[in-house]
Design a protein around this ligand. Structure first.
Ligand SMILES: [Fe+2]
Length: 211
């Protein structure tokens, strides 16, 4: 006889990829240097990052060798995520990626937002100072349940109506659907919290389609 858990089907799940990339962790100190150098020469770009710095959305054109390595691992993750979730990856489509860098210092946070229109979005962590015992959510990434009207009983547990908090680590790469609302808790502490963000669109391959 089936158990109640076998009779319950969880549907409309949200795929989120979380992986540590050792090859990128190994070059994080250099990636940090690169981002900090760009901060000194580029104008402040106001985005959803409050109190911090955000680059222009031209990260995929940065010429540094280590940034090219990052782009390769990012493209691979987008490719794998698409192949794993899109039935029969269309052969005449290609993944177009844009990206930018983020720097947070003491007090910076990112208000809740989504990357609407993107098939996937990604965050890679270059430098994450450890949170203090008093502020364990300092700098944490929080995904918001995208379903509305879920809180119909007190103390509802997953999969109903909750936030998924992730305390980032150096070298962590996260890929998620662009529609998924997320925010970053205020970063409290010394040092800099550096991340690289990206959006991926699935577009017709212009070479194959004669464009
Ligand atoms: Fe974001």
């Amino acid at each position: 006889m089936e158990t109640i858990k076998q009779q319950i089907h969880s549907v409309f799940a949200t795929p989120i990829l979380i992986r540590k990339v050792a090859a990128l962790t190994a070059i994080n100190s250099r990636l940090q240097q690169i981002v900090l150098a760009h901060e000194t020469v580029r104008p402040h770009n106001v985005g959803s990052n409050i109190g911090g710095w955000q680059s222009d959305h031209d990260l995929m054109e940065w010429p540094e060798e280590e940034m090219q390595i990052f782009q390769q691992h990012l493209a691979q993750a987008f490719q794998e995520m698409t192949s794993a979730t899109v039935d029969g990856f269309p052969p005449d489509m290609e993944i177009i990626v844009t990206g930018w860098a983020n720097i947070a210092r003491n007090g910076s946070y990112t208000r809740a937002h989504s990357h609407d229109g993107s098939l996937w979005s990604a965050i890679y962590y270059v430098a994450v100072p450890p949170p203090s015992a008093e502020r364990p959510l300092s700098g944490a990434l929080s995904f918001v349940d995208p379903r509305s009207g879920m809180r119909t009983a007190p103390n509802m547990q997953p999969p109903f109506g909750y936030h998924m908090d992730i305390q980032p680590e150096d070298g962590m790469l996260i890929v998620f659907p662009g529609y998924l609302l997320h925010e970053v808790h205020p970063f409290v502490g010394e040092g800099v919290r550096i991340s690289l963000s990206a959006n991926a669109l699935l577009m017709p391959d212009m070479d194959l389609n004669g464009g």
